[in-house]
Design a protein around this ligand. Structure first.
Ligand SMILES: [Zn+2]
Length: 232
């Protein structure tokens, strides 16, 4: 990991996406002294099988769970953009909101989801793909160019992100050793209690997938990313 990447912003579609895709890396970055913040685009208010649950109540629960998970990992702040779960569209409003958050946090490194559909349907949820694509469009060129979204000036000055890690499940360019932070990742994941009827089953799947990702590098557990370098 590059020394210069002091500030890190993880931008995802739903509460719990950061922990699933990058919780081990986030814990590692925090331990190394980097400042990590989250932006969560939707309020996650559709993710329940409980027929007595309402979208408003679920949104409040999921926000609280996400804040607890972030605190567990040492993340300094969580910004919720409040978009409706499962209804994210690729709009100017969303591009402006994500651009504003990048300009607000001024990260060196952005971590986001993949804009591509993969055979792993959970990892290529429609909201994930749309948010992943929008984040990349905002990193370059929208956050950088002062004439993009003139309404954001003067409060949110243009910003150049140096590097992006895109969560990846197959043939990833970058395999990150999370053996030492696996326990913290699982603790943070467990904060999202509304999402798991059977956390033991979730833990087993997460361990198995992380072990598979780590195999080719000889790590007990890993997370995997594609890497985009914008400035050296
Ligand atoms: Zn998700």
């Amino acid at each position: 990991m590059r020394e210069g990447n002091r500030r890190v912003l993880v931008i995802t579609a739903h509460p719990d996406d950061s922990e699933f895709g990058a919780g081990g890396l986030v814990a590692r970055l925090v331990k190394e002294g980097r400042e990590v913040a989250y932006v969560v685009v939707t309020n996650g208010n559709k993710g329940s099988g409980d027929r007595s649950m309402t979208p408003d109540r679920l949104a409040r629960i999921r926000e609280e769970e996400q804040r607890n998970a972030a605190r567990t990992l040492g993340v300094v702040g969580v910004e919720f953009l409040g978009y409706e779960d499962c209804e994210v569209e690729e709009t100017r409003d969303l591009r402006r909101d994500v651009t504003r958050e990048i300009r607000r946090w001024r990260p060196d490194l952005v971590i986001c989801q993949s804009p591509n559909r993969t055979p792993n349907l959970g990892a290529s949820h429609r909201d994930h793909r749309i948010v992943g694509g929008v984040v990349l469009d905002c990193v370059y060129p929208l956050a950088r160019d002062h004439m993009a979204f003139p309404e954001l000036l003067p409060e949110f000055e243009p910003h150049k992100v140096r590097e992006v890690y895109v969560m990846q499940w197959e043939r990833a360019q970058l395999v990150v050793d999370i053996t030492d932070t696996m326990d913290l990742k699982l603790q943070a994941l467990a904060c999202h209690a509304s999402q798991f009827a059977d956390f033991a089953g979730v833990e087993a799947r997460v361990r198995e997938r992380s072990a598979t990702l780590g195999k080719r590098k000889g790590y007990a557990y890993a997370e995997a990313f594609d890497r985009i370098v914008l400035s050296r």
